[in-house]
Ligand binder design. Structure first.
Ligand SMILES: [Zn+2]
Length: 270
């Protein structure tokens, strides 16, 4: 079972080198539920092969934590499984999927061929606030919750009753500066504050090292500082170059979070 870590009763995580991404599997009696599908069919097929070292059961359900390419572009490989996500996750993939594909192929030309073969396949089962998904009919369940805007407008968290585990998607990232390109930086701290309530055990970020409640609280504090520094900037009490040096992030990566927060403060994201 090399590569997979059992982090709760029949709940597994594998950390892939590409994007330092975490992929989750919940094992039921008659099927498997997969959390996120990676950026291409090739990468999704790698998950499908790797899963065989855990179980020979079929993947019956997939959950997308949000609508970014690295979490959803492998979806099609797992059909006929049902695919779950927030209702705006489906919208995001349908409306920005081609743009995401194009942008990524420009940044990583070596991925262009495998990105070209991706069939965009958004969630067909969506929800707004909370829902329960059966891993197998009448069997094990997982809970999906939307707790507010943050990394995107459609991030959800997944908890597994009976296993003290929470999958946070990219609401939390470890070992790297979180990606703010589609974020709502003023909402993000409050959303992570709500994640804390559910973070009673193992917490799996979308990318990087697995953590616990303390990790969630630290991230909440960091998101708060970005929102506060941006507010000072918007009030002309701090210039952006000075603010960059005061964030918890590497100076060369701190500008994007602050600028995105300023855009939201200016009312341009609603
Ligand atoms: Zn993301």
């Amino acid at each position: 079972m090399t590569g997979w870590q059992e982090i709760g009763d029949r709940v597994f995580v594998r950390r892939y080198a590409f994007y330092d991404q975490n992929i989750g599997v919940v094992v039921g009696d008659g099927g498997l539920l997969l959390v996120d599908t990676r950026v291409s069919h090739r990468q999704a097929e790698e998950i499908r092969d790797d899963i065989r070292s855990i179980s020979s059961l079929p993947v019956t359900s997939v959950v997308n934590t949000h609508g970014h390419s690295d979490h959803a572009f492998g979806n099609h490989v797992f059909r006929p499984a049902t695919i779950w996500g927030h209702e705006r996750c489906a919208t995001m993939i349908a409306s920005t999927g081609e743009r995401q594909r194009e942008r990524l192929a420009n940044v990583m030309p070596e991925l262009a061929d495998e990105l070209a073969e991706v069939v965009l396949d958004p969630p067909d089962r969506t929800f707004e606030t909370t829902t329960t998904v059966e891993v197998d009919p009448g069997g094990r369940t997982v809970e999906l919750r939307y707790l507010g805007r943050g990394h995107t407008d459609n991030d959800i968290v997944i908890t597994v009753p009976g296993a003290d585990v929470l999958f946070a998607g990219d609401l939390l990232e470890n070992d790297a500066t979180p990606y703010f390109g589609d974020a709502f930086p003023l909402d993000w701290p409050g959303t992570v504050e709500r994640v804390v309530e559910f973070a009673t055990g193992v917490v799996v970020p979308g990318h990087g090292t697995i953590g616990d409640r303390g990790f969630v609280v630290r991230q909440m504090t960091e998101f708060r500082s970005i929102a506060e520094l941006a507010r000072l900037g918007a009030d002309d009490r701090l210039d952006i170059d000075a603010a960059v040096l005061r964030t918890p992030y590497r100076a060369d990566e701190a500008r994007q979070p602050l600028e995105r927060a300023l855009v939201q403060l200016a009312g341009e994201l609603d």
